[in-house]
Design a protein around this ligand. Sequence first.
Ligand code: 5RP
Length: 263
Amino acid sequence: MQWGIKNRLSRIFNPETGRTVMLAVDHGYFLGPTRKLENPRDTITPLLPYADALMLTRGILRTCVDPEANIPVVLRVSGGTSIIGPSLADEGLTTSFEEAIRLNVSAVTLSIFVGTDYERETLLSLSELVNEGEKYGIPVLAVTAVGKELKKRDARFLSLCCRIAAELGAHYVKTYYCDEFEKVVEGCPVPVVIAGGPQLDTFKDTLQLAHDAISKGASGVDMGRNIWQADHPVAAIRAVRGIVQENMPVDEAFELFESLSNE
Ligand code: 5RP
């Protein structure tokens, strides 16, 4: 792997653990002002000290994150659709590589929509990004998106998506946790991180999800709603961090969450 790509990946993945806690705050690019992310600066700022990297669009980066903030950026460079439009899968590339370089990003990211009418376009966009990324030493994160079809999240489908992303050169892949998640990891030769998905019933469920994913081979999380829609977001990210970066058992991480929530 070339030096620039390795160097940037080591900003995202802690070299000592090989793992990452990415904070995803890119939801507005198709969902608009999502609950608890209405004012992104207010949501993001207190969480920054506990995130290894921030995933967001250039608009929110420029307006809601100070350039002095010392946080690696994973820049979402795909979009062009909305939750009320005809198809979430019809995404294109929105942001140039020159812009990514100007913003000093540690990686760029896009969604791929395997199994939809737009699989070819989104997979070719991934390939284009990888070609550019290799030119400039910037890693590419492929997100195996399912749009509104959350029921598609099974090991057979997600293994297919992750493997295709890796075959096309993605440097790491984000997907969903599922039963037999170890098969997804086994079939994917690059690191896999998991999204949290919509808010779960309890915060302990979130911790269990993170723990199960890590114990089955995930290299970290790229989590949004289950952190910043929690009643105590700072306590939430610190507890998830305990699991990902410190190998805490679920009960210990939950105790940490409860004690920080009561401070
Ligand atoms: C949307 C994304 C989100 O960043 C991703 O889903 C992570 O956020 P959450 O944990 O809220 O699901 O990539 O396509």
